[in-house]
Design a protein around this ligand. Structure first.
Ligand code: HEM
Length: 223
């Protein structure tokens, strides 16, 4: 049964929609949490510490955080695998190849594929930058995310990488949210306009909210 659903295109699209919505929920929370940087190092670092102690004393130190990490990794892998398989299927299903000058897929489809690849690379960079500190520009300090974030956005390439990724994220969420709603059966003649508006507002708020952090550091408001 599960095998049949996974093998069908509708099954893969459902996996994409559900995993996408899980990641979207994480992003909304992450974006709001990041804005605490405007309240200063005390509040921001305290918030990062709280992330590791959620659910205590029932949960041990970092257990809830690890649970969230596992859910996110499963979502990312499921999302990327079904996207790859759907696009392979799409290419194979075409009876004859298009003439070279004609695009292979629609504008939206190509934007989603490139956007997805950019975001996948960004997530790896971002974790190596602000979670493990492997590629971090300053002296990475565990437990002091405020200073680490300020250091990242004190380099030109840090700003470029994050801002480009956040623009890609906005475009990806805008189309992705809409597609997910259609796949999950939320679309209808009367609701489509409201769904499009929701997708636009969500994408805009996420992009603007995330970009507010590098902008804060660049303008010296956060230092
Ligand atoms: C300007 C934008 C962003 C800033 C300033 C930022 C900041 C941070 C910081 C400081 C951490 C480390 C938190 C800690 O260790 O307590 C973190 C972790 C993380 N961020 Fe972001 N983030 C941004 C955008 C994003 C985006 C767009 C994504 C996803 C596409 C993302 C996904 C993650 C993930 C998956 C983690 C790892 C959580 C963990 O396992 O510890 N972030 N971010």
């Amino acid at each position: 049964m599960a095998r049949t659903v996974w093998d069908s295109s509708v099954g893969k699209k459902t996996v994409m929609a559900v995993s996408g919505l899980i990641m979207l929920l994480y992003l909304v929370v992450h974006m709001i949490g990041n804005l605490k940087i405007y309240f200063g190092p005390g509040e921001f670092n305290h918030y990062a510490h709280w992330l590791r102690t959620i659910g205590e004393p029932f949960m041990h130190y970092e257990w809830t955080l690890w649970l969230i990490r596992v859910v996110l990794v499963v979502a990312v892998v499921a999302h990327a695998t079904s996207a790859y398989q759907l696009s392979r299927r799409d290419i194979r299903a075409r009876p004859t190849k298009y003439v070279h000058s004609r695009p292979r897929a629609s504008y939206a489809t190509r934007t989603m594929r490139w956007g997805g690849i950019i975001l996948g690379l960004f997530i790896v960079w971002h974790i190596l930058d602000l979670t493990t500190g492997t590629v971090h520009s300053g002296g990475f300090q565990e437990g002091h995310p405020y200073q680490n974030v300020v250091d990242t956005f004190s380099t030109w390439y840090g700003n470029v990488i994050y801002i480009v990724a956040m623009l890609a994220l906005g475009l990806h969420v805008r189309h992705g949210f809409w597609s997910a709603a259609q796949t999950l059966g939320a679309g209808s003649r009367t609701r489509d306009r409201a769904l499009k508006a929701t997708a636009n507002v969500l994408a805009l708020l996420l992009t603007a909210g995330f970009i507010a952090v590098p902008v804060g550091v660049m303008t010296g408001v956060v230092s």
